[in-house]
Write a protein of this length. Sequence first.
Lengths: 342, 157
Amino acid sequence: MAKLTVVISQGQSAQPARRRLEEELVTALLFEPGVEVTVIPHLYDLAPNGTGMLCLQSVPGDLIVLAWLFPRAAHWTLDRNGIRGRMGVSLLAEGEASDEDAPENQEGSNDGDKPRVLDSRPLPPRTIHCLDLRTKQEVSAYVAEVRRIRDEAAVQTVSITGPLGILARSAPAPVVVAPVASSEEPVARKVEEQAARRWYPVIDYSRCTNCMECIDFCLFGVYGVDRADTILVEQPDNCRKGCPACSRVCPENAIIFPQHKAPAIAGSADGEAGGLKIDLSKLFGAPDALDVAVLERDVELVAVGRGAVGKSVGIPQRQPARTQGPRDELDDLIDELDRLSL
Amino acid sequence: MSGEPAADGELTFMMGRYPARVPTDRRYARNHMWAQPAEGGLRFGFTAYAIRLLQDVYFLEWNIDAGTQLRERQAIGAIESSKAESELYSPIAGRLVAFNEDLLSDPSTINVDTYGAGWLFTLAGDESPLLSPEGYLEHLAASWKIAERTIKGQLND
């Protein structure tokens, strides 16, 4: 049986605490049966056709990627580079919340009836688990999760090939592949690549509806369409460092800037509604997201010697459609909020 | 409408049954911060109204450095309490002079001494958008129904 590939994506800086966690993880996982360890520079910074991506593209089976990124950010960065698969559900939930009730995968987690780009894109029959190294401080937590995923994958394989799936499922995990010949110390594969820090958007196609508001809004030529007229990040390096404006404009929160400081923009799964707590931002003076986006875009336009355009270009025209329905209490409430400029 | 003078130098706004104090020795920003002259500019802190909405503060974070030039309503940090969370925004345009460093280790001072040691930062800039205590009270009265609905609406989700 093929080994499970575990990729450790290093942090961007050589922050000692992070490096230590990475190193301890490599050491712990090297002796883990059924697991093969690869160390790469920061996933998000890898060049599209560089050694790191080529190495990841060559992995045929299931994959676990441990990175200093939100799982969504890591997953869709991989997807954009042709490293595709079903999004595995980790029990190392963001925060401390238990994720027992999580759906099998997070496709269409933004329920509703809108078709998402992913709906029309069959995924290869493999699973990619992305774990966020910021979730826990202890190496043991990650090792345990890697074991769990490995054993689960093994059980699934057996249940397909075995005569009695249910029995096989309850049997002890039979995966234990002999470790590499004991005369040789196992070593991690380490991919060297000069990875300069990059900044570009990553599209979550399980949320994206191909509405094209981002391509209309961005005036730097980052976005394009493929042959099927589906939106894609065509020229990532045209993106203006630090500017997340298109992400604010996206009506589905499908655009991720993994390095942005706001979790909702950096790809946190529960970033937008604020979890269980009441979000008072609007009362405490939060400006409209569109206003912020327009301002950010103008700053970048001026920085490259082009004129500010304000709201004259590429602003989504969502309002006309919305006013067709009868006004309800919420409309009045929003209008009051705007008028008061709280 | 509530706004009875409760004690000398103080107005009160009734949030339901809770009396939120509005001292008259300072001015107010629309985003529920008080402002008082201090060394280097204006000292800002949360009003009792804001604290009542937040309740027990246990996390406060700034994502800009002292010395930064700010636009009005620029995002500058975040706050989290037992009941709520919010991004924080600059009350006026200007230069951020200093943060109250004591809060970073123990933000509960915000609850204990809202109008004193619980101050948040000093900011030097355009003071024209600030309201008088009476003006702030009117602002509260006008926006209280919306605040109530914002809270209840999210709770009933």
